[in-house]
Design a protein around this ligand. Structure first.
Ligand SMILES: [Zn+2]
Length: 355
C-alpha cells in the first residue's frame, strides 16, 4: 500500500479531525508520503507536517486495533459493494440491472490522470467516451471507510440515472443532483452501518464541508444546504421522492417553487444524526493556514497586548498585523485601545482551514 493511501486512511479515522480540506492537503503529498514543498510558505509546510504526523498516528493505531479494516482484499471489497447495491436498490424498489463496479488502475480515457477516487459513467457518458457503463474506483485509493463513501455517491447517481428517460439525461450531473446523491448516499451508509461513523463525520467535515471556492465540491456543498433544509422539513422520504424524479427534474429544480410544499417534520434516528453532522460543519468559521497559525499562537490574551508585545514565529510584524486584522473581521479576536485580546483557551472545534 502507498504511504499516501495509509495517510488518507489515517485521516478518515481521525478521532479529532483536522478540519482542513483533505483533497487540498493531499495535492501536496506524494505517493511516498512526503510533501512537495514548492509554492508553499513555511507556515503551510509546518501545518502539513503536523497533519501528516496526526494521520500517521491514526493509521498505525487503526492497523493495531482493526487490522481487518486496513487489510481488506479485493474480493471483500466487491462483497461489501454488492451488499451496498442490494440495499440501495431495495430502497428504491429497483429490480433493474445493477451497475457494474470495477476497481481499476486508471480511469477510462480521457480521465486517466483525473484526480478523483471514483467515477460513474451513465449510458450517455459511456457512449460519448467509448467505455463500459458503470462505476469505476481507483485501486490505489481503495480503502474501507473511504471507497464506500465514494461508491455511495456514484451508486446514487446510477439510481437517479435509472429513473431518468434517456432524452433527459445530461452529460454532467446538475449540482442539485450532486447534493441529492451526497445526502442519500451518506444516509444509507449510516442507516445500514456500512462504515465506521467517524469516517462519515470526517468526510462531511474535511471532505465536502471544507471546500473553498476554487474547488468544485464547494458547489455541491452549497446545494447540500438546500437539500438539508428539505431533509429537515420533509424527511428522508421527501429527498428520495425528488431523486426518483430523475435528472431532468433535478436540473431545473428551484427551491422557490417548493417553499409552500413543506409540511411534515422528520424523525428517524439516522436523519437526526445526518442533520447534526451537516449542521455542525455549516456553522464553522473559515480560516486560512496563516490565520490558524496566528490564532493558535495568540490564544488566551485576556489582559490585552500591543502589537509590539506579540511575537509569532515565521512572521514579520506587518504580516502579523494584517493577519490579526483578518481574525478581528471574522470575530475571532478583538482590539480595544490599540491592544489585542483573545480570551479563548482552546481553538474552537468549529474552525475550517484552507491552505
Ligand atoms: Zn457526483
Amino acid at each position: 500500500m502507498l504511504e499516501k493511501t495509509k495517510l488518507l486512511i489515517g485521516a478518515y479515522y481521525l478521532k479529532k479531525p483536522i478540519f482542513a480540506q483533505i483533497d487540498e492537503l493531499f495535492q501536496y503529498i506524494q505517493d511516498d508520503g512526503t510533501i512537495t514543498k514548492e509554492n508553499l510558505t513555511p507556515i503551510q509546510i509546518q501545518f502539513l507536517e503536523e497533519q501528516i504526523t496526526k494521520m500517521k498516528e491514526s493509521y498505525l493505531q487503526l492497523e493495531k486495533e482493526k487490522p481487518n479494516v486496513v487489510h481488506m482484499t479485493q474480493e471483500e471489497f466487491y462483497q461489501v459493494f454488492q451488499n451496498m447495491i442490494d440495499r440501495f436498490y431495495e430502497e428504491f424498489n429497483l429490480t433493474c440491472e445493477r451497475p457494474n463496479i470495477q476497481i481499476v488502475k486508471h480511469f477510462p480515457y480521457p480521465f486517466e490522470k483525473a484526480n478523483f477516487k471514483a467515477m460513474n459513467f451513465n449510458e450517455h457518458q459511456a457512449q460519448k467516451y467509448g467505455c463500459e457503463q458503470g462505476i469505476y474506483l481507483l485501486e490505489k485509493y481503495t480503502a474501507h471507510g473511504i471507497s464506500e463513501i465514494m461508491l455511495a455517491h456514484e451508486l446514487m447517481h446510477a439510481v437517479i440515472g435509472n429513473r431518468t428517460p434517456k432524452e433527459e439525461q445530461t452529460s454532467t450531473a446538475p449540482f442539485f443532483e450532486e447534493a441529492t446523491v451526497d445526502l442519500l448516499g451518506l444516509y444509507f451508509l449510516l442507516k445500514y452501518h456500512f462504515i465506521d461513523e467517524i469516517c462519515l463525520q470526517n468526510w462531511i467535515s474535511f471532505g465536502r464541508g471544507n471546500c473553498d471556492e476554487r474547488c468544485i465540491g464547494s458547489l455541491y456543498f452549497k446545494e447540500a444546504k438546500q437539500m438539508l433544509w428539505i431533509l429537515k422539513t420533509g424527511g428522508i422520504e421527501e429527498v428520495k421522492r425528488l431523486a426518483r424524479k430523475g435528472q431532468g427534474f433535478l436540473a431545473q429544480f428551484d427551491m422557490k417553487d417548493y417553499f409552500d410544499k413543506m409540511v411534515i417534520n422528520p424523525e428517524d434516528e439516522t436523519t437526526r444524526k445526518l442533520i447534526s453532522y451537516y449542521d455542525y460543519v455549516f456553522t464553522n468559521f473559515n480560516l486560512n493556514v496563516t490565520e490558524y497559525h496566528v490564532l493558535s499562537q495568540l490564544l488566551q490574551i485576556e489582559d490585552g497586548k500591543t502589537l509590539d508585545e506579540l511575537d509569532v514565529p515565521n512572521m514579520t510584524k506587518q504580516e502579523l498585523q494584517n493577519t490579526i486584522d483578518q481574525l478581528i473581521k471574522k470575530g475571532l479576536m478583538y482590539r480595544y485601545e490599540e491592544k489585542f485580546y483573545n480570551p479563548n483557551r482552546a481553538i474552537s472545534d468549529t474552525i475550517r482551514i484552507t491552505l
